[in-house]
Every structure is written in structure tokens, then in C-alpha cells.
Write a protein that binds this ligand. Structure first.
Ligand SMILES: [Zn+2]
Length: 478
């Protein structure tokens, strides 16, 4: 165990028992060659969760850019230079997938592919295919040469020329338990299911928590950052994952998406030795805070790229209060974020376009008629820093309100231009101008660039986390 373990106090250890009970639910693959406990014959079309976007840092090409694209392009290039075909693995990462025998509450179901007509499946080992709900045992297959095309034929899963025809199947690879999906390796197992339309499929990676995190940390943070920052990221991601799994996983066939709608997950492609060190040195560690009943509990340990100088109360951004998610000063991110990310340039948008986007996302706003004025209704003001948390939209037929973050992401879903709600809104002829913008992301919880800034100053992961998640406690679950 790494140095964080030395910070675990007796009260923390006592809290483990409570948390174990809380986490003991949730579907998982159980032991090998056994389908998930979810016996639905096919996937219900899962409603896309309204879990908040938690990071502007992730270098996903479509959803969110990095605050300093150059760094991430460089990091991504280095990572991609490593072997990533299924069965291969980056150097210095675990030869075989750990935790395959872990308890049910510590498996994660990640939605990798949704509403697709097919994908390429590669396995460098033998494997078994288990049809969900079937009484017959899983069918074992020897290693196949080359990728196998997975598609939907006559409403059922088809895998190349294998004798598999079911609504839903689990792919169970032999050790090292790595599956290639369109050329990218993912650890654990894979569930494939036909959607109710009978024409498209979803693919869900079922992976133990620690290898899941290894695929997250390097995707959410440059892997060359300070170890303490990477460790803080691992603990925040572990906490967010378990909280989200418990809160949303029961009602759908997956726990998290692989994008920044949850937290970015790249599977084996995101792994490096430094990332695995951060995961292993914080193994089983999560953050807790008292819930409304006064009991110790997990919370959604949000994080975002660059707060701009002060983080924000969760309630002001997402409408839900957690005692560990209160705004705190952050003098640390300014020296880490690139100037163009810390202070973002003026954004101009045509008024007509703004009205169109708002009406499309929020049909209720159509009753306002033409929006004549947009002004901050609530602003969080801190020393030399402010963030719009609620906006007033005034039209010819009345007034309505939107949260600052909802307004921003309606106008710019990628967040590439309107990078935060810490800005000023001005009217200029036919345009709205967003000026004096600072930071990148929603600003709730840990500031990732700030975490790196603190780590550069010699702060430990625990010190970083307890700065951004005030009143939180660090607990080891296992
Ligand atoms: Zn910051």
C-alpha cells in the first residue's frame, strides 16, 4: 500500500463496515462463465442518464477538448504508440486483469457502444459465450484468427460464423481477460445485447473496479502529472464511480458511460505504469461525507478541468447539496492551466441562434417569444472571481430562468468555446457576447489543474482531496 495508507485513522477503518453494506448491491458477472444476474432477455433501451458532465479535461474528440489540447495530444500520441490490439498491452501494466474474483459491488458496467449496427470483436485467447437466460452452459471456443464481426441478424446477435444466436450474450475471455473492441483493448468481460428495435445493439464492458480506474485516470488526466495528482484523481474517480453505480445502475443495464457524461474511460489504451501506480497506491480508497441522515456515505465526487480561481457549491450548479461539495478558493490552477484555458477569449453568438438553441432544448421557453434580455439572476461572488449560477431570460411574453451551467451547455454542448459560467454576458447589436471568461468546466469539486498545482508544491493526495472536498473523509473499502 502506498503512502496514503498511512493516513487512515481508526474512525476511517470503522466506517468501512458501513460502506461495505451500502455497496453490497448491484449486478455483476459473479464468477466466470456465469451470466449477469440481470435476466432480461434483451436490453431495455436505457434512458441516457442526466448525470452531470464532470470534466472539461477529457480529450474526447467529439465531446470535450482538453484545456490545453497540445498536452493531451502529446500524451495521447505517446499512449497510442504502445500496442493496443486486444491481447497486447502497454508495457509495465498488469499482465493479467486483477480483481476478476472481486465481490459483486465492485464490478462496473460501462456502456461502450450504443445503438450500433455492429463492431469488430478480437480475442487473442480462447473464450466462452454465455447466452443470458439460457439454461445450457456457456459455449467454449478456441482462439480465433483475426477480428470477428458482431452484428444483428434477424433480431439476434451474430458473431462471425460462430453458432451464437441470442438476444443477449456475455463474452468471457480466458486470462488475461482482455477483449478487443474495434481495435481497442478492454479488460474484464463484454455483454452484447439487441435493442428493442431489433436492428441495433449495445455493448457493455463489465470490468472490476480497479482495472476500470486504470482506464479512467490516464484518460482524465495527463499520465505524466505528479503522482499525488494522479492518486487524487484515482480516488475521486473511484468515489464517483461507486456512487453513480449505486444511484443509477439499478434502473438500467449499465452503470456509467465511457464519455465525459460520466467519466472518460479508454480501457487498456489509457493504461500506463504511472497510472497503474496511482490506482494501486490508492487501492480501495474512497471519499465519504455525512448524508442528510447524518450517516457516512459516498457522494458524487465531481471534478472539472480548471475552476478559474474558486470552485463552486454543487447545489448552485447541479441543484443538489453535499457537504463535501462546497466552493473553496483555488490559487493553484492558474500556473498549471495554459493562459488560453484559464482566461478564455470572447465568444460571440447571434441572438437568433441563441434563441433557437434554447427553444430546441427547453420547449417551455418558446412561450417567452423573442428573448430580448439575458442577465444573471444569481451570481456566486468570491474575491476577484464570480460565476453565474442562474440566468434570467426576458422575452416579450414573460420571464424564465435557467441554471448557468444548463444555459452554457445548451449554447455550446461541447464546451469548447463557452468554457465556463464564470463570465460576463453583454449585448452587442444582434449578438450576445460572453466576456471575461475564466476556467474550464462546471467548477464543482476537485479542480484538476489545481490538483496538479498542489502536487507540484509537495502536497499529498489526501491534502489535495481534503482541500477540494471539504469535510470529506478518506476511507479504505478493501
Ligand atoms: Zn482551480
Amino acid at each position: 500500500m502506498g503512502r496514503l495508507a498511512t493516513h487512515i485513522s481508526a474512525p476511517m477503518r470503522r466506517e468501512r463496515r458501513t460502506l461495505r453494506v451500502m455497496l453490497s448491491t448491484g449486478a455483476h458477472p459473479g464468477r466466470r462463465y456465469r451470466p449477469l444476474s440481470d435476466s432480461s432477455p434483451r436490453c431495455a433501451r436505457a434512458a441516457v442518464a442526466a448525470t452531470a458532465s464532470i470534466s472539461g479535461l477529457a480529450p474526447h474528440p467529439k465531446r470535450s477538448p482538453a484545456p490545453a489540447a497540445g498536452w493531451f495530444l502529446a500524451a495521447s500520441t505517446l499512449i497510442l504508440m504502445l500496442p493496443t490490439i486486444a491481447g497486447c498491452k502497454p508495457r509495465n501494466t498488469p499482465a493479467t486483469t486483477p480483481q476478476m474474483d472481486t465481490a459483486p459491488g465492485y464490478w462496473v458496467r460501462v456502456l461502450l457502444i450504443n445503438d450500433a449496427h455492429g463492431f469488430d470483436l478480437s480475442l487473442e485467447t480462447g473464450f466462452a459465450v454465455a447466452a443470458t437466460g439460457a439454461e445450457s452452459p456457456p459455449q467454449a471456443f478456441a482462439r480465433q484468427d483475426g477480428p470477428m464481426r458482431v452484428s444483428v441478424v434477424a433480431g439476434r446477435i451474430s458473431i462471425a460464423d460462430l453458432p451464437v444466436h441470442a438476444f443477449e450474450v456475455d463474452i468471457l475471455p480466458d486470462p488475461p481477460h482482455i477483449i478487443g473492441i474495434d481495435g481497442s483493448g478492454h479488460r474484464g468481460q463484454l455483454r452484447i445485447c439487441v435493442n428493442p428495435d431489433g436492428r441495433t445493439l449495445d455493448a457493455i464492458n463489465m470490468v472490476p473496479l480497479e482495472p476500470y480506474l486504470a482506464g479512467v485516470v490516464g484518460a482524465e488526466m495527463p499520465q505524466y502529472w505528479e503522482p499525488a495528482a494522479l492518486q487524487a484523481q484515482a480516488i475521486a474517480a473511484r468515489t464517483y464511480c461507486l456512487y453513480t453505480k449505486r444511484r443509477f445502475g439499478k434502473g438500467r443495464t449499465w452503470d456509467l458511460s465511457r464519455t465525459q457524461a460520466s467519466q472518460v474511460y479508454k480501457g487498456v489504451d489509457g493504461e500506463t505504469e504511472r497510472v497503474w501506480d496511482a490506482v494501486n497506491q490508492t487501492r480501495g480508497m474512497v471519499l465519504t461525507t455525512p448524508n442528510r441522515d447524518g450517516q457516512t456515505d459516498l457522494f458524487p465526487a465531481y471534478y472539472s478541468s480548471t475552476c478559474g480561481g474558486h470552485t463552486e457549491n454543487c447545489e448552485n450548479v447541479f441543484g443538489e447539496a453535499f457537504s463535501a461539495l462546497m466552493g473553496v478558493p483555488c490559487p493553484y490552477c492558474k500556473d498549471v492551466a495554459r493562459p488560453g484555458s484559464f482566461f478564455w477569449p470572447v465568444v460571440r453568438m447571434d441572438k437568433a441562434r441563441v434563441a433557437e438553441l434554447l427553444a430546441a432544448r427547453y420547449p417551455r421557453l418558446r412561450r417567452l417569444g423573442q428573448v430580448a434580455a439575458i442577465a444573471p439572476a444569481d451570481v456566486s461572488r468570491y474575491d476577484k472571481f464570480s460565476r453565474i449560477t442562474r440566468l434570467e431570460l426576458r422575452g416579450e411574453n414573460g420571464v424564465d430562468y435557467l441554471r448557468g451551467e444548463d444555459f452554457r451547455l445548451t449554447l455550446d454542448p461541447s464546451g469548447r468555446q463557452l468554457r465556463s459560467a464564470a463570465c460576463e454576458i453583454h449585448e452587442n447589436a444582434d449578438q450576445w457576447e460572453f466576456q471575461a471568461g475564466r476556467g474550464w468546466g462546471h467548477g464543482v469539486g476537485m479542480c484538476q489543474c489545481g490538483a496538479q498545482g498542489m502536487a507540484r508544491q509537495g502536497k499529498t493526495a489526501e491534502q489535495i482531496l481534503l482541500h477540494y472536498y471539504s469535510n470529506a473523509k478518506l476511507v479504505r473499502l478493501y
